[in-house]
Ligand binder design. Structure first.
Ligand code: TK8
Length: 357
């Protein structure tokens, strides 16, 4: 029997300039897996505090994953390591938290890969539109040689970051307040907020919208004040960020799958005794497996909840979707070189395409 934990909450939190009031909602998160593995101790007998900052709110799969990470690390270190979670971009957006890791003022974060492509262009492979047909393909890339090579590359670059694993933000969907978006032509004149990422800008420009890159931490307020008219994120992120309070419509586009990359400050990592390094690596891997399960379980629930709360959701027919897919195909050729070999070809092979289609 599958145990289900029903979480109900009423909370109000401050993100950037906007105060978000979440109404009570009932979401069924898959239960935490049991914490397994030996207790770990280090010779130094010191106490460690590990601050883990994330962009998303406590109702997200991301937060739930970090809670599981905390449980593993605290239990297996006999409380020698304390994990403190800072949700809702309290400590900054994905880019700000990543640079805080580099300067050593924050220990861990788990950003979307997209804002990091200026630092590591190869990560742009995940921004290719309609890349993964299903979650299994994403897992194949993330958990296979390509995903492992990318983690190693980021660590080896000596940029002050240690890359420890993959979770997911998931498949992105479009929301707007213009009306139903059924064809690319409907995007005409729509100012869509995108992540700070060149492929995303190209995708929306190619489709005929007017994309504006912006930090996630400013997004709720920007939608509320009409600075932008639309945005795109996975259902669970739309719900946990309460974007449906400031958007009337959504289209299920699944246009990009976004991974979260688990990062630690190299300064902190280098000071950790070996047994704790192994523990944190193991906990990061387990968090990734669990968080992806939560994200996938919650995707339909979040979509249903958004519908219930009044968001008008358009589901495209296969033909309608095809019109979007075909229009963005030039993006593959445009970024092939920047992503580089062998990453580009091995990902294409993993998703069953010999070459970009
Ligand atoms: C949360 C972000 C966010 C991302 C975005 O920190 O910026 O739209 O999808 O969910 O990583």
């Amino acid at each position: 029997m599958k145990l289900a934990l029903v979480k109900s909450f009423v909370l109000s939190l401050t993100v950037g300039l906007g105060t978000l009031s979440a109404t009570a909602q009932a979401l069924e998160f898959p239960p935490f897996p049991e914490v397994t593995g030996d207790k770990v101790s280090a010779d130094d007998d010191k106490d460690y505090v590990l601050k883990f900052g994330i962009g998303l709110a406590p109702e997200s799969a991301q937060y739930r994953g970090v809670e599981y990470f905390k449980k593993i690390v605290e239990e297996r270190s006999n409380g020698k390591i304390t994990v403190r979670i800072f949700p809702s971009a309290q400590l900054g957006d994905d880019l700000q938290m990543t640079s805080a890791l580099q300067s050593g003022t924050l220990e861990m974060t788990s950003p979307s890969t997209s804002p990091l492509v200026n630092m590591e262009p190869k990560l742009a492979v995940f921004d290719l539109p309609f890349l993964f047909d299903n979650a299994q393909q994403a897992d194949k890339v993330l958990d296979g040689p390509t995903g492992q090579q990318l983690l190693k590359k980021i660590t080896d670059d000596n940029n002050g970051l240690v890359a420890l694993g993959w979770s997911e933000n998931g498949y992105r969907q479009l929301t707007d307040s213009k009306g139903a978006i059924v064809t690319p032509a409907d995007l005409d004149g729509l100012k869509v907020r995108t992540m700070q990422n060149p492929i995303h800008l190209d995708i929306w420009r190619t489709l005929g919208a007017n994309p504006t890159p912006m930090s996630f931490a400013e997004l709720f307020t920007a939608l509320d004040q009409g600075v932008v008219g639309g945005q795109e994120n996975p259902w669970i992120t739309i719900l946990s960020s309460r974007f449906n309070e400031v958007q009337s419509n959504a289209t299920e586009t699944n246009h990009v799958y976004t991974p979260f990359i688990t990062l630690m400050s190299a300064r902190y990592w280098n000071r950790l005794p070996e047994p704790y390094k192994e523990l944190i690596q193991d906990a990061s891997t387990k968090m990734g497996v669990y968080e992806r399960q939560v994200s996938r379980d919650m995707n339909d629930q979040a979509k249903a909840e958004l519908k219930k709360e009044g968001l008008e959701i358009t589901e495209l027919t296969p033909e309608q979707l095809k019109a979007f897919k075909q229009k963005v195909q030039p993006v593959y050729e445009a970024y092939r070189e920047k992503i580089g070999e062998p990453i580009f070809s091995s990902v294409m092979k993993d998703v069953g395409r010999d070459q970009a289609n």
